[in-house]
Design a binder for this molecule. Structure first.
Ligand code: AMP
Length: 282
């Protein structure tokens, strides 16, 4: 089994990664907020195929949570995370303290216009600014050859790809497919908030996305009607509230203008106090 090196200090991180680079090795970064599951481990697997060393970061980033969101109760399972990463053959686990990422006087923020404003961005003001800023910091601190992100957070993947392009950050951003439970529910650290009754409702989000994608492929000219029907189905399926259920351009996330556009279906729905997001290709 590989020796997992746990690093929480920026100086140690820098010297460790300098030695790795001097050895001619490459590093793939997998940024996470911990409470790891098989979805995260699939990113690790992809990272291992892309570089000689894998670095996983665990940082519950306060700036990406709104004032009434779940920062205070976000799940934390440090021992289990360590064991999973050891077993997965990860080389480095980086766990920076909050005050080290955001020291007093920290004043900079990265805002990716357009992509950050729509869908989740409209319902979670400031969220993608927090994400972009912390990911930029993690990339600058670790200087990986590539970084792997899940398509589960599809809009996040778009925002980060745009940021890296715009700011000439020399890293390859890789998107990896969504890992699902047997009934189709996208794996998420937040699924553990669900009661058994809510857990039974949750997979209907993916089922509806898949069915809707199929209907759009069959009759693209009925797009709006198909979306309206899907939303009605979800509200009777037991979701408390629907933030959005939309067909968007797969790369710009703009509203579909042209029937030839590549389409991604994206949804965010609440069950009680838990907000689930998911998306599928059309
Ligand atoms: P999180 O810890 O939720 O911030 O997620 C860290 C990374 O894991 C992000 O790139 C997510 O998109 C990715 N991820 C989360 N859930 C899944 C999943 N079910 N399948 C694949 N990747 C995922």
């Amino acid at each position: 089994m590989t020796q997992l090196r746990i690093i929480d200090n920026l100086g140690v991180l820098a010297t460790t990664l300098r030695d790795v680079a001097l050895n001619g090795e490459t590093v793939a970064l997998v940024p996470t907020m911990g409470a790891l599951h098989a979805g995260h481990l699939s990113l690790v697997k992809r990272a291992k195929a892309e570089a000689s060393r894998v670095l996983v970061s665990i940082f519950v980033n306060p700036t990406q949570f709104g004032p009434n969101e779940d920062l205070g109760r976000y799940p934390s399972t440090p021992e289990a995370d360590e064991a999973l990463l050891r077993e997965a053959g990860v080389d480095f686990l980086y766990r920076p303290p909050v005050e080290d990422i955001y020291p007093p006087g920290f004043a900079t923020s990265i805002y990716v216009a357009g992509l950050s404003e729509t869908l989740c961005g409209a319902f979670r003001p400031g969220h993608f600014e927090g994400v972009a800023t912390v990911v930029a910091k993690l990339l600058m601190r670790t200087l990986p050859s590539c970084a792997v992100f899940g398509e589960k957070d599809y809009q996040q993947l778009c925002v980060i790809s745009q940021m890296v392009d715009d700011l000439d950050i020399p890293v390859r951003i890789i998107g990896a497919p969504t890992m699902r439970e047997e009934d189709g529910l996208a794996m998420s650290s937040r699924n553990r908030y669900l009661t058994p009754e809510q857990r039974a409702v949750a997979p209907k989000l993916y089922a509806t996305l898949e069915k809707t994608a199929e209907n759009i492929r069959k009759k693209p000219e009925n797009l709006n009607l198909i979306l309206t029907e899907a939303k009605a189905l979800l509200s009777v399926a037991g979701f408390t509230r629907l933030d959005y259920f939309e067909a968007r351009h797969a790369y710009t996330l703009e509203v579909i203008q042209n029937p030839e556009d590549p389409i991604r279906l994206l949804a965010a729905a609440w069950i009680g106090t838990t907000r689930l997001i998911d998306n599928v290709e059309v």
